[in-house]
Design a protein around this ligand. Structure first.
Ligand code: HAM
Length: 439
């Protein structure tokens, strides 16, 4: 087959079933925008490379699709949307609106990864961002949305791994380690390259005490959040500037307890994130049958300022929509999606072709999703096509029906058949929609 017919490596087509699954996940995310008061925005796919690269972290930076446009600007396909939303906030909303500003978004992103299960070069993200609140309630709201999303999608067993970049960064800072080295160390922790972490720390003449504390901290993975926090407190006791981060994490945990979502959270102080803009709480979402994160986020209080805006604290997260669909597939959570009623309207003879086209439109006016038989098959062939293609109902329009303003509704699952006036069609064909929004 010609190479032209294949998608570019790592880019994705969505066939109808896959598209329906992605849309289902998108619908649930959109519902959460409304439920939690996030206004949806949309940003361009192409942005200035510099904006996207500034705090992307080394790994994502080198995976960006970068090119020069015809005007000589160095631009890139966005690898994520947080820098774009921060730009939009500074450009249009920073001064005009009282805080907090809560924004939601959905769209495709691009990273030049080695394609494999759940890792694509083109993938879909959603996102929730809160601008303006430095308080732990905002962090906890983001965790609550992530939790709500997972239960709304039907996941029963899942985990939110919770960490805090402020703790390790404060220790490194107390040791006199500069921010760019801190970024590198956090990147190595994220990539699980512990030997390299300690190699670099040794090169930087880090104290014995620091090395020991970090080794112990990175081992904390605890579902008993308060117990885990107590252990961490004992380890970082000698580093007074970790106090602020520890207190902040305590407060976030306390609020999540009040929200009733604590059972799904694991404290994981070895968690780091590839992106370099995080300043506080960070987390990732894991489903049972997929070893990679299906969402992640955290607090980034310096990004707006770094981009030239008025200093504005911010926190948010992005669900990876394709990965969520994959995880749902693995857990059989899409079973309900095929529930839509399929209805085929069939003209019984040539002389009612136009009338049947009018009938199908009238049924749609009654909110009945339906299709007209477009191949001009005979009635008999239409009926066998409909049953082979899993239709639920066939609406037969014959000459006699046309003259009386009626239709014959045949239920293909039960075999029952009834002739009724067109305006009563909705009583015979229940409108079961495919759009399951998780409510
Ligand atoms: P991220 O962890 O880089 O965070 O991406 C969020 C999610 O996008 C991941 O958990 C994953 O599900 C999905 N994802 C990332 N790369 C791929 C890929 N190559 N193929 C499929 N799915 C992928 C961010 O992007 C931040 N902007 C999150 C955030 C929002 N932080 C604060 N606000």
């Amino acid at each position: 087959m010609s190479k032209l017919i294949k998608t570019v490596r790592g880019m994705r087509d969505f066939l109808p079933e896959e598209k329906a699954k992605l849309d289902h996940v998108i619908n649930v995310v959109r519902n959460l925008f409304e439920k939690y008061g996030y206004d949806e925005v949309s940003m361009p796919i192409v942005e200035n490379f510099e904006l996207l690269a500034m705090k992307a972290g080394e790994d994502i930076r080198k995976r960006m699709f970068v090119f020069e446009d015809k005007g000589g600007r160095t631009v890139a396909l966005r690898p994520e949307m947080t820098p774009s939303v921060a730009r939009l906030f500074i450009d249009s909303l920073m001064k005009a609106v009282p805080k907090p500003v809560k924004l939601g978004y959905i769209g495709p992103c691009f990273r030049y990864e080695e394609p494999q299960m759940g890792r694509y070069r083109e993938f879909w993200q959603g996102g929730f961002e809160v601008f303006g609140s430095p308080h732990p309630e905002a962090d906890a709201e983001i965790l609550a949305i992530a939790h709500d999303m997972m239960t709304s999608l039907g996941f029963e067993k899942f985990q939110l791994r919770l960490g805090h970049v402020g703790i390790i960064r404060s220790i490194l800072k107390q040791e006199g380690i500069e921010e760019d080295y801190q970024d590198r160390i956090m990147g190595m922790i994220d990539a699980d390259k512990k030997t390299e972490v300690f190699g670099l720390l040794a090169e930087l003449d880090t104290s014995e005490k620091c090395m020991k504390s970090l080794t112990q901290l990175l081992k904390i993975k605890d579902e008993d959040l308060k117990g885990g926090l107590k252990k961490a407190q004992e380890i970082v006791g000698d580093f007074p500037n970790t106090r602020k981060a520890m207190k902040n994490l305590h407060q976030i945990v306390e609020i999540t307890e009040a929200q009733g979502i604590i059972g799904k959270i694991q404290l994981d102080l070895s968690l780091a994130r590839g992106l370099e803009y995080y300043t506080g709480m960070i987390f990732e979402i894991f489903a049972r049958k997929l070893p990679i994160a299906i969402g992640g986020g955290g607090r980034y209080d310096k990004l707006v300022e770094l981009f030239g805006g008025v200093p504005t604290p911010a926190v948010g997260f992005s669900p990876g929509l394709d990965r969520i669909a994959l995880a749902m597939d693995k857990e059989g959570l899409f079973a309900d999606l095929s529930k839509r009623n399929k209805v085929l309207v069939v003209p019984a003879s040539e002389d009612v072709y136009s009338h049947a086209a009018g009938v199908v439109q009238e049924l749609r006016r009654q909110n009945i999703p339906c299709e007209l038989e477009l191949m001009r098959r005979s009635l008999k062939r239409s009926l066998s096509f409909a049953s082979n293609s899993n239709y639920d109902y066939v609406v037969i329009v014959g000459k006699r029906e046309m003259e009386k303003g009626e239709i014959t509704v045949k239920n293909l699952k039960t075999g029952e058949q009834k002739t009724v006036s067109i305006d009563k069609a909705h009583k015979e064909i229940p409108n079961v929609s495919r759009k399951n929004t998780g409510e």
